[in-house]
Each structure stands twice: as C-alpha cells, then as structure tokens.
Design a protein around this ligand. Sequence first.
Ligand code: ARG
Ligand code: GLU
Length: 713
Amino acid sequence: MRFLKLFLLFVVVQVSAQQGGMWVPSLLSGMNEQEMKHLGMKMSASDIYDANKSSLKDAVPQFDGGCTSEVISPKGLLLTNHHCGFDAIQSHSTVDHDYLTDGFWAYKMEDELPNEGMVVTFVIKIEDVTAQVLANTADLPEAEKQKKIKENIAAVSGSFPKESWQENSIRTFYEGNQYLLFVLENFKDIRLVGAPPSSIGKFGSDTDNWVWPRHTGDFSLFRIYADKNNHPAAYAKENVPYVPKHFLPISLDGVKENDFNLVYGYPGRTTEYLPAVAVEQIVNTLNPAKIEVRDRALKIEDGFMRKDNAIKIQYASKYASIANYWKKWMGESLGLKKSNAVNVKRAEEQRFNEEVAKKGKTAVYGSLIVDFETNYKEIAPYALARDYFNEVVVRNTELLSVGYKLYQLEQLYKTKGEQAFTERKNVLYNGLGEFYKDYNKAVDEKVFGELIDIYARKVPAEFIPPALTNVDTKKLTSDVYAATQLTSYGEIQKLLTGDTQTILNKINNDKGYQLVKSMADTYLNKVAPKYDEINLRITALQRTYIKALLELKTKARMFPDANSTLRVTYGKVKGYKAKDATIYESRTYLDGVLEKYIPGDYEFDVSPKLIDLYNKKDYGPYGEGGKMPVCFIGTSHTTGGNSGSPAIDAKGNLIGLNFDRVWEGTMSDIYYDPAICRNVMTDIRYVLFIIDKFAGAQNIIDELKLVHPKKKR
Ligand code: ARG
Ligand code: GLU
C-alpha cells in the first residue's frame, strides 16, 4: 500500500513535470488538452483557438512585428509592455515633454497620439498546407526541390480564400517538415493611450532585467483604430476605435502558487533541437565574444548617460536594446553550464543513434550526429568572425553602422545600377535625420575606439582587414574622427548630394568610409561565402534531424521551434530553487519596490506619488490582504517576442502581462529545464492600480470588464 502510494505520487510528478513547449493553437492535441486540464484549466481547446467563432486568439494580436499585445476593451484598447511601446513613447518625448520620465496619459480619446509605421496584426485563421506545399517535390534533387516548394508556396498563398483587406502568409515549421498558412489582418492606425513613468514601467532597468525577484510595472496602452467598416486603414483623423471579435475580461482575483496559467503570444526564435556540438560552441566561444563587445560599448554609453540628461534621452533606447541581449547571453551561458545542457544533449544523441540502429535506419540517419560535429568544427572560425562583424560593424558602433549603410548603397549601384542607387540614396538622405537626432559624436568616438580595438585583436587573424593590420587603433580612432563626414546629418547630406559618380567619389574619399569598406570587403569576400556554404549544409542536417526525431518519436512531446507565429504555452504559478540554499517565492509586492528604492537613482528611483499611495495603503480593489501585488513567475515556456503576452487564467481571464524570464532560466531558448525556467509577469492588478490610483485615468478603467472568476455565486 505504502509502495503503491509512492508509485502513484511518482506518476503524478511525472505527469505534472510535462511542461515546456510552445504549441500551435490550431494544432493543440489531446495530449496538450489533457496536460492543461491536469494543470487546472477549465476551458476547452476551442476556447483558445477556433477559426469559426470568437476565441481567445481574436484578442491576441502581434504588436509592431516584435512583441505581443492583447485587446482589453470593446473599443480596441490594447495592452502591451512598456519596453514594447518604448520607441513610440521616446519618439513623442522631448526634454520639455518627457513622457519617458513622467509618463503619458490620454484622458480623452482626442489626446491619443498616432504612431507612424506601427502595425498590429491579428491571426484570423491557421490552415495546414503541408501537403500542397510539398506536392510533387518528393523525388526532386535538393535545389529543384527548394525551387518547387517556393513555387508551391506562391501558388497556395495566392489562391487561398481571403478577404480583400486580409493577407495570406505561409510559414515553415519543424525546419521544412510542416507548412502552415496564416490569414492575417494588419491594423496601421495605432495610437498611444498611456504609459507609466519609466520609474514604474522600467523600474530596476538593466540591473533587474532578466532577474527575479522583480518589481516592474512593464506596461503601456495603445488603441487600434479602423475605418468605418471596422477594417484596417492607414492613419486618418476620422478613423474609429476598432471593435474586436473578442477582448479579455480582467480578473481581480489574483494568483496563488500552483494556479494554472497560459501565455498566448508570438515567441520569436528558439533552437531547442540543436546538437550538443552547437551548444558547446555557443557557450564556449560565441556568447563570450558577443558579451565582451557589448560590455565595452555599454560601459562607455552608461558613463555619458549618467552625466548628461540630453544624452540619456538620446541613448536610452539604444542602450536598453544593447544591454538586453548582452545580459541574456550571460544568463543563458550560466544556465546551460549549470544544467549540463551539453552532456544532456550528448546523452540524447547517443540514445538517438541507438534508436536509429534499432529501427534499421542507419543508412538514412546514421551519420547525422557525426556530420554535425564535422560541420560545426569547420564553421567555427567563420561563425566567430561573423559575430564580431555583426556586433562591431553592423550594430554597436554608430559610425561603422552608418558607413555600412553607405557601403550597401555602393554595392547596390554595382549590382542593380543607377535607379536602385538613387532610390536607396533618397531614403538614406531623408531617413538618417532620425538617426542623427539621437547621435552624439563624443559617445560614438569612444565606443569606436574600444570596439575597433577588440576587432583588431580578436577576429581570427586571416579575417583581419588590411586597414586594421598592424595599426595603432588609438591613432586610427582620432584620425578617423578628425576627418570623417559621417558624424553629422548636415555633413552626410553634403556627401549624398550630386550625381551618382560625384557621390561615390565623395564617400570613397571619406576616412570613415574607407575603413568600413576595408572591413566589409574582407568580411564579404573571406567570411560570408564560406559561412553560408557550411551553414547551408548545417540547415539541411538540422532538417533531416528534426524529421528523424518526428519519425522515430524518441521525444514524447515535440513542439516546433518558435518562429514569430502565434503559440500557446502553459504552466503553473511557481517559485523555484535558484541555487544552493536559495529558494524564490513566486510573487512580489509593492513593499519590494520600496526596499529597492534609491532616491535619485536612474534605475531605482520611486515617484513620490507612489510612495504616498504605499504609505496610505490606498490600493482600492486591487490590493490583497493589505498588500499590493506587483509581479509573479510561472513555468510557461516563453522567449523574446512573448513580451506583452497575456497570462490567462483557467477560465480565459487576464491575470498578468508577460515581460521577461529569470536569470537562471534564460537558456530555455536552447534547453528548457522545468526546475529553473520561469517567465516573469506583471500582476494585472498592479497595472490597474497604476492606471486608476496613480494616474487617475478613470476613463480607461471604465472601458474594462473587471471580473471575479474565483468567487462562487
Ligand atoms: N528582458 C526583457 C526582454 O527581453 C525586457 C527588455 C527591456 N528592458 C531592458 N532593460 N532592456 O525584452
Ligand atoms: N522581454 C522579452 C521580449 O521582448 C520577453 C522575455 C523573454 O525573452 O523571455 O520579448
């Protein structure tokens, strides 16, 4: 009897440990539904996704390409993260009207601010078109096969029924082993409704980023506008608030440890099925290289930002974006090492090979793992040089990244001729104004000095460009910045004036440009072609590997890697054991904000108004037992792109807003370990408290549907 009990306990633990994965909502299986119900869900799969009646998916559009958002009112009110709205909030800000510092609230719809270029995309329908896309391709050689697949994709997406204002998009899953078609609606008139001050929306900033315990009210509010037929339309003053097919009611009942929740959204990219050798390369070589580059750039920018408020505004968004992945890679490496991911994968690969042998598939799959080893060894120096080029030239040194745009312009002239050149030149001529608005030469020169030094020392010797061979990088830096015209908008406009030959001559005489050209030429001749060639082989291996895993069923639960399409992930509210003797609880409170408070600090300052509300315990209906909840964590498997995703309770109500993961678990993009991988959400009651008690935006609260699902009636 005792034994039986133990055995049952073991079975239950096994079942409930089945978590992780980002599942396609239209393809949720009986297994998924069973797992969700086991975790406490009270809905059915068709409440989550249904192409024929309104379901949760109709309230969860992708936000501006990279984040997720959710509709929370019948008037198209949209909730997403503060860091997802950050660029928009920043672009409406000036030193006098500093919405980043002070927050922004539209107390009337007329005050909402339009955002040029912003797009919000709904999924109307998902259809499996694998058979059509792969039709008549089985016996073709690889190159022809890919060509035929492309043709099939064009034909299917051209003919699949849709309305005139909709769009069809076909995406590949399981690396070319499955194809799904999405019917989409893109809304383009999106207006800013509200944002808390950064001291709330970005509380803890980069120090707390990717870390638990967390105390950030990471939210902002937008509204979707549509034409009078409720269809997508370009911005027009007379557009009207969008009427959604579904919007999320908001639960005021809060969360407890072990409560079910699902996170719905658009995870960007994961690589869960990488071979051990690839993971090893990431941990030992590629992550450390990228981390070092960003480390240096960040230290310099930070030094300037702390001293000068104008620079702080100019560099806030850039700094946050460089810092984000810098820190993520550190956490990821740590977690991969700690969880022994490489060895775990090696053991899996051994089991895979045994299974291949057992099923008599050695001829087709027997050399996969060895081939991975060979190809990853071969690609190593190219991959490293590529990361340095991307990190130093394309991304993090402003002069080099502008220079690289000019380099691409010159290449365009060489490959596509005069007209393409002129079109791109005009785009640059006008568009670079935005870039220079946030540019500071002193900051850039210092960053340049540091990063060019890393480049000259750390890129594998055979890929160092002539311009950096045996040079004194200090002298190079001051020479370049004394002479180049790439450091101001006025000067670069002069460079880009005249006929094509004049422009090309002028830019080629610029010292900054000459350096970029030397770096880019070397990269494009010596690194990129070989990298692409090996990478193509690796991609083909990966496709076969995934096919084999699906076929041999060596993994009981196999979800497709994230690819920025709509996914469901589910789990429980749960704390975790971070390291020896360190156990984290699953929920934080406003008390923790005050514990972290550092007056005047740019990351940990707290607004007097918030302190006042705290002292008075003026939490309205949003508090719990005299305390104000702020954030919570759970076991859902999320990644970049899930920012702004709704956390939804067992009955379909909004309980939280996803915005991050915990330090020890950021490796979940490569290896998900249910013991330490946690997603971080802002408690929805904190969002409501800030809107209501802090901002006094009763107009917004009035639009919402607040519910008490846990109360029996
Ligand atoms: N780590 C979160 C994400 O990946 C938040 C990023 C924004 N915050 C920041 N301090 N950079 O998007
Ligand atoms: N902050 C991330 C984003 O922008 C989400 C957190 C994560 O990567 O898990 O999507």
